[in-house]
Design a protein around this ligand. Structure first.
Ligand code: SAH
Length: 273
């Protein structure tokens, strides 16, 4: 069994507690058929993005999006955001030529920027939460693990407001510098321990974690709005495999589903230098 619902989750929330057993991960029928990506959307993104040669060209991003669509990305707004945000700006110059390949890359201090296909998948899952579906937007979003800031920039294009928390000060500072040029007025970067969520702006319609532990921190579930959705990597207790977990909060309680295996950096508590 890979999905369950209940009034209040037991804390801390481990996968065996979520499902009442380790449970084989299985894809859930969470995703209903989606509208095909419209060419007009892609064209609009192309027009909006700066044109030029090499990495600054919208074409190189558009080709990345086409590859992601061939792998299963369907959501038009997610595709448009991926076509607009310049990923190469967020990685070191020496790695910039790899920025549009489907690969994770080091961003310093032992951390990595996630593969575009994983970023796309997680944001697409978020877009299928009840509130996001109804509003056509992620609404108020909490990201745990700003890292280089790339995913935060994508989220800002799909949300009303984004709070992104990072526990490593040098990464928080670097992300702020990189994001400044994009002028995203609805994005706020917070230096702090994301395991506590960010109470001042709670509740959140969407919560996304870019680092995974053995349990979901209670604060995330408490700060999830009714109708909201959380997407996070989580370790399976028996296999120690990390899998993507989706948690939805509704009137009756919390409901979760377990998805494919992933590889994220560890979720750590406290602040780093
Ligand atoms: N979304 C990021 C991915 C960064 S990797 C990007 O687009 O680049 C995951 C990040 O999570 C790392 O920077 C790591 O320092 C951070 N992290 C781990 N535990 C954390 C915690 N408790 N609070 C905030 N950030 C955390």
């Amino acid at each position: 069994m890979s999905s369950s619902s209940g009034k209040a989750p037991r804390f801390p929330l481990r996968l065996d507690q979520l499902s009442g057993g380790a449970g084989a991960p299985a894809r859930q029928a969470l995703l209903r058929p989606q509208a095909p990506v419209q060419q007009a959307h892609a064209d609009a993104a192309r027009r909006a993005a700066p044109s030029g040669l090499g990495l600054d060209s919208a074409d190189v991003r558009q080709r990345m999006v086409q590859r992601l669509q061939a792998q299963g990305l369907q959501h038009a707004a997610v595709a448009a955001a991926l076509a607009e945000v310049p990923r190469h700006v967020f990685v070191d110059a020496a790695l910039a030529t790899q920025a549009y390949e489907d690969t994770s890359l080091p961003i310093g201090l032992g951390q990595t920027i996630s593969k575009p296909s994983v970023v796309a998948r997680m944001i697409e899952l978020l877009m299928h939460g009840a509130s996001a579906r109804a509003a056509g937007s992620l609404g108020r979003t909490l990201e745990i693990g700003t890292g280089c800031g790339y995913q935060a920039a994508l989220l800002a294009r799909l949300s009303r407001q984004v709070i992104s928390v990072e526990r490593l000060k040098p990464l928080h500072d670097k992300a702020r510098d990189k994001l400044a040029s994009l002028r995203l007025g609805n994005l706020r970067l917070v230096y702090g321990d994301g395991m506590r969520g960010h109470p001042p702006n709670a509740p959140y319609d969407s919560i996304i974690a870019a680092a995974g532990g053995q349990a979901l921190p209670p604060a995330w579930l408490e700060q999830l709005a009714l109708g909201g959705r959380l997407v996070a990597p989580l370790q399976e207790p028996l296999t120690h495999r990390q899998v993507l977990v989706v948690v939805d909060r509704h009137e009756g309680g919390y409901e979760h589903s377990v998805h494919e295996a992933v590889k994220f950096v560890p979720l750590k508590s406290g602040l780093g230098a």
